[in-house]
Design a protein around this ligand. Sequence first.
Ligand code: SF4
Ligand code: SF4
Length: 426
Amino acid sequence: MQTVQRDTFWMISFDYKIAMYVFGAIAIAIFVYGFYRRFRLWRKGVKEKVSWNDVKTNFQFFYKTAVEQKKIKRDRLFGFMHRFTSYGFVILFIGTVLVVVDYDFKIPLLQGNFYLIYELVLDVFGVLFLIGLLLAMVVRARKSRSRLRNRIADQAFLLLLFLIGIGGYIIEGIRLSETQISHAVWSPVGYGLAGLFQGNPLFGAEAYPIWWLSHALLAFMLIAIIPYTKLFHFLTAPINILFQPVKRTGKVGTPYNLEEMTEEERYESMRIQGVNKVTDFTGWQLLSTDACTECGRCDSQCPAHNSGKPLAPRSIVMKIRDNMHENQEISSFISPEELQSCTTCGACVEACPVSINHIDLILSMRRGLIQNQVMEEEAEKTLVKLEEQHNIFGKPWSDREDWSKGLNVPVLESKKKKTEKKKEGA
Ligand code: SF4
Ligand code: SF4
């Protein structure tokens, strides 16, 4: 009776094995260097402690956002596409790790029933992975989502992933066709291909090592480019979603306590830190920009962007990300007009599938503008009127409700008046 186990290097010569390990080591070294490059930049940001007071909330949020992909699901087609691709990718990645553990670490995992289930699961998720990628390529080719930027690089990334997926099935099909093992049905796709490959020299035992090496090289290429491209979000998006403090949409982060600031003796001593250079952002804020997938959901929901104002939240995030290594003055790549156009409505934060907080980024930079006394003329005049007359129209304080006359605007009663009325009634 045949032993049910994985024959990892079937038909692979010593030279090919060495080539695989050498290319694998090079790819991992390039990946680690790329990751370290970005990690060093995040570390240059202001230190911000991650609060683990509310671990449960963070994990619940992670589950909804990264696992269930609730935000991405709002677009049905994209929801299927992204879940198929990401679930498929994660399962195939875990499958590859298990092979390394089984073969290189000599921990025999891939045998018996576990191996059969492993083969089945990988085959099924591999199909989902390919369907997801095909959908993504069609959507991009047909330009059916105007928010997406149709760059050649984006199609090339999808094609690379697709070729890796297809390559996996081809080598599986050839192996099953040549070995005729009894448990081949546990790999339904490979089994089907094995039937098609029978007698075809292009998919025969002799061609197998070439297919095998090309599959490995494409996978190594993917590993190497991840930290240098937007594919880096495979790693940074889950980290960002898990560690960013969970905020109710619209809640604005304040690096100071307003109540404390209004106590006169403390007012002078407290300094509001605005962002003028990239390193004035916190490390977590810098990391969050590396999580951007450039999906454009933020732009499509932004009222300022949609009404022709010079603001695109996606560009804000991408400009910070792309200028991180140079630590330039923010003013050299983001204009005051862009920052001042934001209404802080929170639509972008609500739409962002990787939990980037555009409002916090924009407000931090606006504080920097104020530190440098760059202010919108209208806003400056309004603040002066508010300070001097306690009325934004510059009229006496007692006339501050005049604008609402005849408009039937409900007026909130002050707490003091309410209490007085209650006392009179009692
Ligand atoms: S918070 Fe600002 S950037 Fe975000 S959607 Fe609203 S206006 Fe646009
Ligand atoms: S910031 Fe978020 S919503 Fe905007 S493009 Fe990047 S990932 Fe998409």
